[in-house]
Design a protein. Structure first.
Length: 205
């Protein structure tokens, strides 16, 4: 079980931070593709890396993932995971390019998804910076075509030791009229997670 180290009020504040970031991202995506984008209420997980891996799951489905790292006062990563069907639909909208499978997409198609990830994940970072008065700097997004479990494992492996608690937020993106969806993951390493919790406690006093 994930350790319950958060009060209900702290958890609500953490979700609010995620909502602000993902709200910026959904607006950016909606503007980019001209479609209505909806987001679910964030799910939050707190625990050691092995615990979080079990909760998130070890899916063997091949996906396209865009991910970036951020540094500054906090360290962590953001990951956007798209199913093959959703990724191909996005490529069709972004590049007017038709593909039958993700293995056959061109470098130009990958660049389009990378740029979309840069806009979405960058918008999230900007919103979090503003809300918490931070100066987080993010890397250029990378693209990976792999099992979703393998993608998250590689990102989580860089988050710290299994003895430290990390914060993970999951939000589902949905574009119903195009039958497209994706998952956003916000991950904070153990040291950063502790700092965030302290900042939240100060804000809700």
């Amino acid at each position: 079980m994930i350790k319950q180290i958060l009060t209900e009020e702290e958890n609500d504040q953490l979700k609010e931070i995620t909502n602000i970031g993902i709200g910026n991202a959904s607006t950016a995506l909606s503007t980019m593709i001209g479609k209505k984008v909806t987001m679910t209420v964030p799910e939050s997980y707190t625990g050691g890396i092995e615990e979080v891996q079990r909760i998130i799951g070890k899916s063997d489905e091949k996906v396209i993932a865009t991910f970036l790292k951020f540094t500054g006062e906090f360290k962590g990563a953001m990951v956007m995971i798209l199913s093959p069907k959703s990724a191909l639909n996005f490529i069709s909208i972004l590049n007017n390019s038709k593909n039958d499978n993700v293995e056959g997409i061109s470098e130009n198609d990958k660049s389009a998804l990378q740029e979309m990830g840069n806009i979405l994940l960058g918008a999230s970072i900007t919103a979090i910076n503003k809300f918490l008065n931070l100066n987080l700097i993010h890397s250029i997004p990378d693209i990976s075509i792999d099992r979703s479990g393998a993608v998250l494992d590689s990102v989580l492996a860089e988050m710290g030791s299994v003895s430290g608690d990390i914060l993970v937020f999951k939000v589902k993106l949905d574009i119903k009229e195009e039958n497209m969806e994706g998952d956003f993951f916000y991950l904070f390493d153990p040291v950063s997670s502790s700092k965030i919790l302290e900042m939240i406690k100060i804000k809700i006093k």
